[in-house]
Design a protein around this ligand. Structure first.
Ligand code: SAH
Length: 365
């Protein structure tokens, strides 16, 4: 291990904060023993601040209908190959009931971005009915794109508690490169502010390893996320999708390198925001069968097992190689339980698992 990496990790252990150059050096790591030292340091910080406990959030992919056209995304509006679907409220309630019966403390409702009254009302009805069916016991996270403060308030009042909205990248020219002209960065940032004002626990993150993105950009992303002072972090590696304008990147795509970069980012994020909740995302699992467990070992503490009926999963592919397309929720839970026990962690069944970061901010929540 180089003296430099040893010094950086030594400073972290003494409680010093990481500077931009330190982060770049850690993201540049390519030697086996340096990886191990980084993941070990992040795991120690995780144990101390959030414990070796994993919280499950049952993920329901409610709809792939989207009015946005992000160049990287498989369910973008201009992809004609995707059969579009929207779950019925009864299907959402059924998945919520399953999660509740299996002692998952929380749900995530994720879907394409739609801004109209019909959609807002559909989500409101789904929230009301799923809470009624589960005695209001589930924590609910939404991940439904940018919305107006009024709509966010309506959903908050119907029992949504948390919201994930990735800024995707803090480098504005890169944001422009991967989005059509009318998808603007500033309103997305404004929405994060609105979410906080409406009383949500707020999560954000970036895509890791976009073409033309450097490790210095990723270091800036991390520092930006820290400045936003979010409660939750959801970020994962970029994976090309064959039916998008970025399909040509499949030719040169290096799964292993992308996985390692994703894990290094998780570890650095844990070192920077010790008490935030951080997901080991499905995109990690798409790169390796054990991707999510590796994510936990690099500092993540949240997993979002898919509880959507498998018949709809194929139509919700943001990137190629989405895992568990045919596995039902029960099979996926049992497999995960075994592997999590295998790395010596516990599952926080029946608990909401709010981040200590949020609790410190809002002591009454
Ligand atoms: N429509 C909502 C949420 C659904 S998409 C929204 O815009 O917030 C959830 C996340 O998937 C996106 O924020 C993006 O970061 C990620 N994603 C989309 N396409 C991807 C790809 N090809 N590889 C990796 N992640 C991708």
């Amino acid at each position: 291990m180089t003296q430099q990496v040893k010094d950086i990790l030594g400073h972290v252990a003494q409680g010093q904060t990481l500077e931009r150059d330190d982060l770049i050096r850690l993201l540049d790591i390519s030697e086996e023993n340096e990886y191990e030292a980084l993941f070990h340091a992040a795991y120690e910080v995780k144990k101390k601040n959030v414990g070796p406990v994993v919280y499950f959030r049952g993920l329901i992919e409610i709809s792939n209908i989207c009015q946005k056209d992000c160049l990287y995304c498989g369910i973008r509006k201009s992809n004609p190959k995707v059969p579009r679907f929207r779950l019925s409220i009864e299907e959402i309630v059924q998945a919520a009931r399953w999660a509740h019966d299996n002692h998952y403390g929380s749900l995530v409702l994720q879907g394409g971005e739609i801004q109209n009254d019909n959609h807002s009302q559909y989500i409101t009805d789904a929230l009301n009915q799923l809470h009624e069916a589960t005695n209001g016991e589930l924590g609910v996270t939404l991940s439904l794109g940018e919305q107006s403060p009024q709509v966010l308030r309506q959903w908050r009042q119907a029992g949504a508690h948390r919201y994930l909205l990735r800024l995707e990248t803090s480098r504005q020219d890169l944001y422009r490169q991967y989005h059509p002209e009318d998808h603007l960065w500033a309103p997305r940032l404004q929405c994060l502010d609105d979410l906080r004002n409406e009383g949500y626990q707020v999560g954000t993150g970036v895509m890791i390893g976009l073409p033309d993105q450097t490790n210095a950009d990723l270091a800036d992303d991390l520092l930006y996320i820290k400045e936003l002072d979010v409660d939750m972090i959801g970020m994962g590696p970029f994976i090309p999708h064959g039916d998008t304008p970025l399909a040509h990147h499949l030719d040169t795509f290096n799964k292993d390198a992308q996985l390692q970069l994703g894990l290094k980012m998780l570890a650095c994020a844990r070192l920077l925001l010790p008490d935030a909740n951080m997901a080991a995302t499905t995109a990690l699992q798409a790169l390796s069968d054990t991707g999510r467990e590796l994510g936990l070992q690099a500092g993540a503490n949240i997993i979002m097992p898919n509880v959507t009926d498998p018949k709809h999963r194929r139509a919700y592919q943001l990137y190629d190689g989405k895992p568990s397309l045919d596995e039902n929720s029960e099979q996926s839970r049992m497999g995960l339980e075994k592997r999590i026990a295998g790395i010596g962690e516990k599952i926080g069944y029946g608990l909401w698992g709010n981040s200590p970061r949020f609790k410190k901010r809002a002591p009454k929540a």
